[in-house]
Design a protein around this ligand. Structure first.
Ligand code: SF4
Length: 296
């Protein structure tokens, strides 16, 4: 699927000009009549080619089909082949900042009793998601469970931005550095730099604008991940487990205030003490948490 804002246009350009100026055919008018007629013989660029001018249009005038982003304030034309390689020509458009700003897709909000877990994503047991699309690209982020536990994130530091690695990021909340590591390797091509300036999307849109890494799957990238009914059942069990974990802490008198209906309170890691927070991170979000899950 391609981005709904991706447009196409036929353009003209001069093959010999040092600077390739693209003119959409719909907008072509007086300025380029010279190229289309015998007047091209007066063109200084044509004269440099040492050719006789013919009676028709210039032989160096070319036409091509280009694509451009209809949501961008200034159209930048790109050849078809390039746009298909970028996120505009595949399902990756769902993670484009411009698309998200213009289309305002519905966020996948958790309700008062259940954490949202979109069906098309695959989840690791330490609460990260991977979206692998048919065109061979993928995105990685944290799920709504981890996002809710963190609450407001103060800073983001990417451990890796490119290359073949297990995607890893340090999320800082209330002075606690939470290192989150996706359990499988990927060929990383990009990370979400917008989040460094404004991490709020990690809390408000963990499944879209709050994505963390972009890349290409390699052997083993999808190993051990959950999806569909299995993921939903696991998420329910995780909700039960975290409530039990919080209630079992040596100072449970704080816990009722932290619960919101059936769900643990948003930003619970900001509300409990450091040692309790570290234990919670270790139990639910560390690579150890991922290893604890029995293979199905
Ligand atoms: S830049 Fe973004 S909004 Fe524009 S066409 Fe590409 S994916 Fe769509």
């Amino acid at each position: 699927m391609t981005c709904p804002f991706l447009r196409e246009a036929a353009v003209k350009y001069c093959e010999t000009a040092a600077f390739r100026k693209l003119i959409p055919l719909a907008a072509a008018g007086r300025a380029d009549e010279k190229c289309d007629s015998a007047a091209h013989g007066d063109c200084p660029v044509f004269r440099l080619q040492n050719q006789e001018a013919g009676s028709g249009g210039c032989p160096y005038l070319r036409e091509s089909l280009m694509q451009y982003c209809g949501a961008a304030p200034v159209a930048r034309f790109v050849p078809y082949s390039e746009s298909l390689l970028s996120r505009c020509g595949n399902d990756g458009f769902r993670y484009c900042e411009l698309y998200l700003q213009m289309a305002h897709p519905e966020p996948f909000a958790s309700d008062t009793s259940a954490i949202a877990a979109p069906d098309w994503l695959r989840y690791s047991a330490n609460h990260m998601w991977l979206d692998a699309t048919d065109d061979g690209s993928c995105h990685v982020g944290i799920d709504a469970f981890l996002s809710r536990a963190l609450g407001e994130v103060d800073a983001i530091s990417y451990v890796w931005e490119r290359g073949r690695h297990r995607p890893a990021v340090v999320l800082t909340t209330a002075g606690l550095d939470v290192e989150v590591v996706f359990p499988n390797p990927l060929l990383l091509t990009n990370c979400n730099r917008y989040l460094r300036a404004d991490p709020s999307k990690l809390s408000s849109d963990p499944y879209t604008g709050g994505w963390l890494f972009e890349g290409t799957p390699v052997e083993g990238s999808l190993d051990g991940l959950m999806s569909g009914a299995e993921a939903r059942a696991w998420m329910e069990e995780e909700q039960r487990r975290i409530n039990e974990f919080l209630q079992s802490w040596p100072s449970p008198e704080n816990v009722p205030a932290m619960c919101d209906g059936g769900l643990f309170a948003a930003g619970v890691l900001r509300q409990i003490g450091r040692s309790q927070g570290l234990a919670l991170v270790h139990e639910f979000f560390s690579p150890y948490a991922n290893g604890k899950r029995d293979p199905q």
